[in-house]
Design a protein around this ligand. Sequence first.
Ligand code: AMP
Ligand code: MG
Length: 588
Amino acid sequence: MDPSLPDPASSLSVDSVADSLKSQSLREQGNDRINKENKNKKVKLSLEDLNWDHSFVRELPGDPQSDSIPRQVFHACYTKVLPSAEVENPELVAWSDSVAGLLDLDSHEFERPDFPLKFSGASPLAGAVPYAQCYGGHQFGTWAGQLGDGRAITLGEILNSKSERWELQLKGAGKTPYSRFADGLAVLRSSIREFLCSEAMHFLGIPTTRALCLVTTGKLVTRDMFYDGNPKEEPGAIVCRVAQSFLRFGSFQIHASKGEEDLGIVCSLADYAIRHHFPHIENISKSETLSFSTGDNGQSVVDLTSNKYAAWIVEIAERTASLVARWQGVGFTHGVLNTDNMSILGLTIDYGPFGFLDAFDPSYTPNTTDLPGRRYCFANQPDICSWNITQFASTLMAAHLISDKEASYAVERYGTKFMDEYQAIITQKLGLQKYNKQLVNKLLNNLAVDKVDYTNFFRSLSNIKADPGIPEGELLVPLKAVLLDIGKERKEAWASWVQSYIQELVASGISDEERKASMDLVNPKYVLRNYLCQIAIDAAEIGDFGEVRRLLKVMERPYDEQPGMEKYARLPPAWAYRPGVCMLSCSS
Ligand code: AMP
Ligand code: MG
């Protein structure tokens, strides 16, 4: 004790010291409780009280024109443009209380009679400063030039009580300068798919853009769903998408593609992204060990502390790798992995013709436009995203933000991160402690040969017991419901795999109960199969939104058993194996 300070104990009895400590501790407990209560006290705001901010518009160069005539936009990251979709008696189809929570929005606001008008863009939302973003992209491996928000209009960013930034965007709200030859609208069918899948992915634990609500416009939209000369009128709709940022690889590519003159915009955009979305990178300290040897001889060194843009792209590469590993884990196929559909935050973005695997087929693509080359099929996703990262790295190199060594290093880190995460995920799905390459390869081969349902197979796997004494004839009993219509030879192949699997389980030493509990946390029972979406769409198109809402509720708890909801885990019925249900075209 500091001798210059009076000894508190000298003037107090032991009891009073104890009392004083007790009251101090009670005071601390009280403070803790109050802090907790304050934290738990949900801020509930009305639409009028949302805390808008407009950093994108404020900090980045904009288009001086604000008309919606399709055109090339130069030297600008956005064009201010107002929602313009025609609307007549719009209705609220579905909403997410969970997303309202992110915005501090009171869920009762969904009940407001003017809510559908505001979220169809028909009446302005106080505080919003709407704009469409300019971006480009590689589509199916070819540079496509300017694309941009052709039908999505951002309303602005909302800062919540935790100082988190959330951008709100109306998809299907009318033409912008980026609409090219199209109408700027969206149909109910694809909007239901985007709304439900955004939320389903979030609850599966996969990074994604979110969806606050879905409204009909009350107007019809003409669509040639298969591009085959048979246009049909369909109900129009608008989804309000929410993400911390909708910046894509293509948001940077477009400016680099314009040459020297616009390279400064690539730099400003990168600075903006780092400032708001990767603030930790701004503060990387020299003391962090972030230098790495690269190349065959280990002679070249990439020091991530000396270049924030290099550290940034490495983080983007790793986030992307981790995202793709998670897609592969749940059997999700995006369907259109163009560079304009790659989020710099590592989010799943732009739900079009996506699909979850039913029968396991590595070459499955849900996109009819992708059929010729199957560039975006399930098994290609890891390689395609590596190609996309390479394009993004070239953009940063062109803008002199990173060196060629740093670019190759980012791509290398993508590969390493993907393999690490994928192996970890598949090991968890099997309920094992250690990755077993041979076991996994044999399993994937078996699943493909017998076209086994991917989701239901992994969910059933936790019923296998770590008992080496199970008679050969009974090995497949726990998998009976998922190994359908297989002949004797295939049964033998599966029994042999189950035997090796049981050996691994025994070696892991984990109890059956504990393993089942942990496996059920990573192998979902419910995924948003395309046929489930279709049933909800068919009902919604004739005015019944109940099934969309029910499906959302089921998909909010994908890892729970949910007694009574088992029909949502069933295989697709025969009618679902037709284009339009299990496969869709690009921008449907
Ligand atoms: P997507 O395939 O939805 O990622 O869209 C690719 C590009 O086409 C983006 O620039 C979209 O904004 C644009 N686009 C898609 N559908 C429409 C539409 N109906 N009206 C205007 N632009 C669209
Ligand atoms: Mg897109």
